[in-house]
Ligand binder design. Sequence first.
Ligand code: E4P
Length: 215
Amino acid sequence: MKFFLDTANVDQIREANEMGVISGVTTNPSLIAKEGRDFNEVIKEITSIVDGPISGEVVAEDAKGMIDEGRKIAAIHKNMIVKIPMTAEGLKAVKVLSKEGVKTNVTLVFSANQALLAANAGATYVSPFLGRVDDISMDGMEIVRTIAEIFDIHGIGTKIIAASVRHPLHVIEAARAGADIATIPYKILMQMIKHPLTDQGLERFKADWNETFKK
Ligand code: E4P
C-alpha cells in the first residue's frame, strides 16, 4: 500500500518527502484554508516538492463550474489530480474530465454504492472517509473492505484511497482491507514511525557504547 500525505503544509510535505515514504499528496479546501495561502501558489509549490499524484479540489457545486475549475487545476502540472465531491453534478464533471484524460479523485465517499458510481463515471481514485464514518458510530473500515472486494470481483481499476485517517491502526486496517493508498496527516505519519522499544533499544546501544569507548 502506498502513502499520500493529507495536508497543504509544504514544510510537512518536504519533511515526509525526504524520508522517501510518500508518493503523493491530497489537499482539500479546509486544508488549503488552514494554510491561508493562495490555492495556485501552494499547489505549484507542492508539485515542485513531490513527484507524484497531487489532489487539488474544486469548490464549484455545479458540473460546468467543476469542469472549468478542474481543467484549470489539471493545467497547473502534469501530476495534478482533480478532486471532485461525490454528488450527481460531481459525477457529470468526472465523466467529462475523464474523457479528456484528466485524472480525478472522487471525495466524500461514504458507501460502496457511491464508490461504484464514481468508478463507472471514470474516476481514477475514490476516497472513502474512515474517520468521519467512525465519528457517527459506524464502521468506516467495513466500507473500504466492501469497496475493495467489489472492485476486485469486477476487475475495476479505480484506486481506493483510505481517507480521513485518524490513528496508526486505521492505516494497518486499511492495508488489510485492500485500500491501494492511505492518505495520512503528518501527525499520524510521525506516530507510525515511533515505537517505545526502538527508543529503548537506541538508548541501550548508546549507553553500552559510551560505557566501553568513552571512558
Ligand atoms: C481526503 O482526501 C481528505 O482530505 C481528508 O482525509 C479528510 O479527513 P478529515 O475527516 O480528517 O478532515
